[in-house]
Design a protein around this ligand. Structure first.
Ligand SMILES: NC(=O)c1ccc[n+]([C@@H]2O[C@H](COP(=O)([O-])OP(=O)(O)OC[C@H]3O[C@@H](n4cnc5c(N)ncnc54)[C@H](OP(=O)(O)O)[C@@H]3O)[C@@H](O)[C@H]2O)c1
Length: 426
């Protein structure tokens, strides 16, 4: 028996067009294997007369009124793929308040208003899914939800911004930052205003979402204080590469005792680590956990088809819940109580790039507790550099400091887990 679910969609751009296309391609398979027919009843756009790359199914209403979709009584499930924060939030709140399931790809909104929207969804007994908001085509949120139930995630390291990774890969191949950005924009990998991508804000938003799923811990943008890639040069990326590292914009989160350590910043990844081999717009998320050890999830972090696939997988889960009447178990762990610290507060090893006389660096090292090894005439490996010493060194010398992955000194960090309250159902 086939059950029809009435779907409304907000947005018909890159992702929305992909959803229409994937839906047309997979409709028969979905019906055969899931017994579900997804009927796209209405789509809202901003410009009714704009040229579209896809044809809507016969009978699908195109409108420029969001209300026409979210308040349509027949529509049971709303897909939000228009972006924006305030407008999208208002539309999603309206949809949830009317008992509709919602699927969104909107990381900006979910990072900043996720808990509030999740609470509303729970109150209304609705699904709110957003797999596509992190790493586009990689099913990382559902994997964290479903496959780590009995496990304990210890750390996550991800390359989760394709634009920044594309630019860094091009810089390692010799292009200047400006050239790499222009190429990325021409190829459609960077937006006209790339600020969120190159300043690390987009990666930080995604890390905020990953933190919720992996550790049940809310993070704020100010706690992460992302560092972007705009201060890097081709010579830094190339020099690192020639000496055994790849500079990557890493989004990292790691639990240690009662603390949660986070970072979004350019990091020198040793060339023998798999993350160093993720190039161009590819994304990858490395998860370290108690039971599985390290597992790496890699794939396209954006793009019409891959992102639409994630959206449609969410749609199908929500559709099944609508049919069965079973409510989602809102199983994100309760708001965590871990103390949040940035990685840059830990003593660690850095690569220092700049034209600094070796004797000047040595004098600084002699006064403090770190050691310096000259790698080339403008690249140093600076070991055991504390946060305070790093700040002093940066202020005193024209050095760009890039932390080396995996060198944080945990010996100074408290190990003892805080007492946790466990609720046992008897
Ligand atoms: N692109 C990706 O690969 C990707 C990957 C992961 C997540 N995402 C997320 O997915 C969402 C959509 O991204 P996108 O790249 O598809 O964006 P996009 O190409 O710019 O498309 C946005 C669509 O939303 C419509 N729209 C915008 N404001 C609207 C409003 N007030 N009322 C009605 N329609 C409105 C636009 O209408 P018009 O066409 O008429 O202008 C357009 O069709 C964003 O949240 C983005 O962060 C995108």
């Amino acid at each position: 028996m086939t059950t029809t679910i009435e779907v409304g969609m907000l947005g018909l751009g890159t992702v929305g067009s992909g959803v229409v296309e994937r839906l047309a391609r997979s409709a028969a398979k979905i019906e055969q294997t899931q017994g579900i027919r997804l009927h796209l009843a209405a789509v809202a756009v901003n410009h009714l007369n704009a040229h579209r790359t896809v044809q809507l199914p016969i009978g699908t209403r195109l409108t420029d009124s969001l209300t026409n979709v979210v308040c349509d009584r027949k529509i049971q499930l709303v897909i939000e793929v228009m972006g924006t924060v305030a407008t999208a939030k208002k539309a999603i709140v309206a949809a949830l308040n009317q008992g509709k399931a919602v699927v969104t790809a909107n990381k900006d909104l979910i990072a900043t208003a996720g808990p509030e929207l999740a609470a509303l969804a729970k109150k209304r007994g609705c699904d709110l899914f957003y797999e596509a908001s992190v790493a586009g085509g990689i099913p990382i949120l559902r994997t964290l939800t479903d496959s780590y139930v009995t496990d304990n995630v210890q750390s996550i390291s991800g390359i989760i911004n394709g634009t920044a990774n594309y630019i860094l890969s091009a810089m390692a191949a010799g292009q200047s930052y400006e050239q790499a950005l222009t190429t990325a924009q021409a190829a459609g990998y960077a937006e006209a205003d790339p600020t969120n991508d190159v300043a690390g804000i987009d990666a930080a938003y995604k890390l905020m979402i990953l933190s919720r799923f992996a550790f049940g811990q809310e993070l704020s943008l100010s706690q992460i204080a992302p560092v972007g890639i705009t201060h890097l040069s081709a010579s830094i990326c190339q020099s690192a590469m020639e000496n055994g590292w790849r500079v990557k914009l890493l989004a990292q989160i790691q639990q240690h005792g009662p603390g949660l350590y986070c970072r979004v910043a350019p990091v020198a990844v040793p060339v023998d680590q798999p993350l160093s081999q993720i190039n161009g717009v590819q994304n990858a998320v490395a998860v370290q956990s108690e039971a599985i050890g390290t597992s790496l999830y890699t794939g396209p972090g954006a793009g019409s088809t891959a992102t639409a696939n994630s959206v449609l997988n969410d749609v199908l889960v929500a559709a099944k819940h609508l049919i069965s009447g079973c409510q989602t178990i809102h199983n994100q762990k309760d708001a965590g109580t871990l103390a949040v610290t940035r990685f840059d507060q830990l003593t660690q090893t850095y690569l220092g790039f700049g034209k600094v006389a070796p004797q000047v660096l040595k004098r600084h090292a002699d006064e403090a507790d770190f050691s310096v090894k000259m790698i080339t005439n403008n690249c140093y490996q600076i070991t055991n550099l504390s946060a305070t010493q790093r700040e002093k060194l940066s202020a005193a010398l024209p050095l760009t400091l890039v932390p080396i992955a995996g060198t944080a000194d945990w010996t100074q960090v408290a190990e003892n887990p805080m007492a946790t309250t466990v609720n046992v159902a008897i």
